[in-house]
Design a protein. Sequence first.
Lengths: 164, 164
Amino acid sequence: MAVKAFQDYYPDHLSHCYGCGKLNEHGYQIKTVWDGDETLTTFTPKHYHTAVPGFVYGGLLASLIDCHATGSAAGAMYRKENREMNTEPSFRFLTGSLNVKYLKPTPIDCTLQIRGRIKEIDGKKVTIDVDVIANGVITVKGEVVAVQVPDKYIEDIMKSVAQK
Amino acid sequence: MAVKAFQDYYPDHLSHCYGCGKLNEHGYQIKTVWDGDETLTTFTPKHYHTAVPGFVYGGLLASLIDCHATGSAAGAMYRKENREMNTEPSFRFLTGSLNVKYLKPTPIDCTLQIRGRIKEIDGKKVTIDVDVIANGVITVKGEVVAVQVPDKYIEDIMKSVAQK
């Protein structure tokens, strides 16, 4: 049986994210899984995701780190409680802060690994360290603070738009 | 006469960036200009650039901040020398680090302002503070350290790919 990705457990109304929403046909649709104690996303950039020709656009790399990390935060909270990701109560995370260091240019002609380590769980905040790896070399490092929000918060902001 | 944006001065081989390259038909093609002592990019997200429905994807906002800041860094260096951006020697910048704080959800149904202030020029490093503004409200703040690189550095990494 294929391993379900974290994002496969997101409910439909939270599956429109450009980075990780399985229902966003224009988006990246990243998929994150556990690999031991690390979280792993693999992603093959399109030919037009360029910075300078031959190398990956830094904004895409920041985006991959972002969605990888919020997914990892949710995965970590469920794992901490030894629960499947489709069980209640749910854990939803938004990005509080995203810090990215570009160590060297990231070649575009390969499948990237985005690897996360859960650095700290502090109440509703989860800090995740992320490496972007191209051909075995770490090219970019990220740190994300993901903030847990209640389902009701998300429902309320969505309603505030729908009522306009 | 229309004001030329910073990106309009980039040479063709540096105009394929997904964020700001005028020759990348798939990309965002952002345009940055001076507005007094600040730099300004305006950008209208597509309907599919969503986080949750009604709000802008954080990875896109990080991308806009990134390209806005590297463009601003170049603009600042030319302005410091009181030169047009198509004069030699050229100033090219790559992103060294990108820090983004998400203060509140950014509504998608408006034209965003991305505003930059040159915080510091320290040799080859330019630090830029960036605000993302939606309907008059700052929703996201960024700080970017852009690093000046010689044209030859970019030519060399492009050649290293072409030779593969």
